[in-house]
Design a protein around this ligand. Structure first.
Ligand code: FAD
Length: 467
């Protein structure tokens, strides 16, 4: 018998729940990836992430071939493409891993109707999270809005084990496939120096992290100049690594480790829980994509920098995007993002607070800029991070706790190493000067702008706005 495996955010052959189930139950499997048809401009997509996606598909195609299979590429809307593919291959079932975002869910609903009409079976699986949907609930049976009790409940549950690797896969011959996509498919041009894509590269990153940095995670994860974090976000986003494999390897490392190492591993796992917290927030409250989670924040008067009819955004917003705000740590972050499709977590918080609390620009514009530039751009975590920084989300930063970009630099980049790496104009400026507003009218360096706002003043404006 023949089944289709629909690849989505699970671009790997190892420990892929739906793929393993399809391979175990059917003689032949048609593994398909469906390329979306938008061109050039997309509010939530851009070249860096699509370039990474192309590399992942290339690597996936080779990995499938090594098992005897063949990756089929098609373009179009998933439901229409899958319907046609079922008819062409006489497949009797479609296997896929569930996607919790509202777009993925809507597609799954359409597919349910098609499957009914065609008389085939659908096999959806949990795969992208250790716990999803309604698995982690309060004693009263409602979803958690606050992280700490969610994390406590999450930790108590048994964790799913990795599935067995597929040993071989047979794809029927003569099934037409489009070529693998390239940036040109979406009429994009990209220059960001992104990390190596694919399953093998992802596993190598995990291995390197478990070999050392994880044991110092607590002290080094907040220092953007260091390589103290796992750099696995794009792999968890695209599924080049399974979350079960990551968790199981961490748990194994913790078993034989001294207490200090165990504590560090625990803090790392806490970040994986944040990811699942935001995934379930989006599953329970998909409306967070359209407005503030906190109802009383929906009337906040963000500044009118960018209305839909004013497509280029306001000038100040543009300066933030380009990394020319005159705040060294903010500019370093925005330039790291442009150059690599990545920004360190601490700096993501700083630039997001700066956009919302210093420039008073609606967080959704920052959310969209991040989605277009981040290789790990993920709807749930990105929305969660932005609504946290804007103080409008579930368990968000309290509105009165506004980070000061100058003291954040002092605390987390005291030598200015991160700033100097990304803002070369400031290379010769003594580190101490990067941590405090320059004297009235005196630029930090010849080609570097003066701070575009006075943080202390804008802080008061933000407080007033929230009050
Ligand atoms: P590590 O510190 O090694 O963490 C391990 C993993 O835990 C990450 O790979 C990620 O999957 C998860 N994780 C860590 N921190 C968070 C967090 N705060 N929220 C949710 N998951 C987390 N992360 C994304 O994956 N995609 C996004 O689009 C995204 N947008 C963000 C936007 C803002 C404004 C903020 C403040 C944070 C955002 N994050 C996002 C969370 C975080 O910044 C990144 O996950 C992290 O920087 C990735 O680097 P790493 O893999 O080395 O992280």
């Amino acid at each position: 018998s023949t089944a289709i495996h629909w690849f989505r955010r699970d671009l790997r052959i190892t420990d892929n729940t739906a793929l393993a189930a399809a391979a175990a139950a059917h003689d032949q499997v048609v593994p398909v990836y469906i390329v979306s048809e938008w061109k050039a401009e997309h509010r939530w997509c851009g070249a860096p992430r699509q370039a990474f996606l192309c590399g992942c598909l290339d690597s996936l195609a080779r990995n499938l071939e090594a098992k005897g299979g063949r990756l089929i590429i098609r373009q179009g809307r998933a439901d229409a493409v899958l319907k046609k593919l079922v008819q062409q291959t006489e497949a009797e079932a479609i296997y896929f891993n569930r996607d919790p975002d509202p777009f993925g869910r809507a597609m799954e609903e359409r597919l349910t109707k098609i499957a009914r009409d065609l008389g085939i079976r659908l096999h959806p699986y949990k795969d992208i999270a250790l716990h999803e949907r309604n698995e982690v609930l309060t004693g009263g049976g409602s979803p958690f809005k606050v992280f700490t009790p969610y994390a406590k409940a999450w930790l108590k549950l048994d964790k799913p084990e990795p599935t067995r690797a597929i040993s071989k896969l047979s794809t029927p011959p003569h099934i037409a496939s489009d070529p693998l996509p390239t940036l040109h498919t979406w009429k994009l041009v990209g220059e960001a120096a992104i990390l190596e894509p694919g399953e093998a590269a992802a596993r190598k990153r995990l291995g390197c992290f478990l070999d050392g940095p994880i044991f110092h995670y607590q002290t080094r994860r907040d220092l953007p100049a260091e390589e103290g974090t796992s750099r696995l976000s794009q792999d968890l986003r695209h599924g080049t690594l399974s979350i079960r494999e990551v968790y199981a390897k961490c748990a194994r490392a913790a078993e034989k480790a001294p207490a200090a190492h165990q504590r560090n591993i625990g803090i790392f796992i806490n970040e994986l829980i944040w990811r699942e917290f935001y995934l379930q927030v989006l599953w329970h409250w998909p409306q967070v994509l359209d407005h503030e989670f906190q109802e009383d924040c929906r009337r906040l008067k963000w500044r009118d920098y960018w209305r839909p009819e004013k497509k280029d955004g306001g000038q100040d917003y543009q300066r933030w995007c380009r990394g020319e705000t005159g705040f060294p740590i903010v500019d370093a972050g925005m330039r790291q993002l442009a150059a690599t499709g990545f920004m360190h977590n601490r700096v993501r918080m700083i630039v997001a607070m700066f956009l919302t609390k210093d420039l008073h620009v609606w967080w959704m514009h920052g959310e969209s800029w991040f989605m277009r530039h981040l290789v790990d751009g993920e709807i749930a975590s990105n929305n969660g991070g932005w609504q946290w920084s804007a103080s409008t989300g579930t368990d968000a930063a309290p509105y009165f706790r506004i980070q000061n970009p100058w003291s954040q630099s002092k605390r987390f980049d005291p030598e200015g190493a991160y700033i100097k790496r990304w803002v070369p104009e400031l290379r010769d400026v003594p580190a101490g000067q990067l941590c405090a507003p320059p004297k009235e009218g005196e630029a930090l360096a010849r080609d570097y702008p003066l701070p575009m706002v006075d943080h202390a003043r804008e802080r008061d404006v933000a407080l007033e706005m929230f009050r």
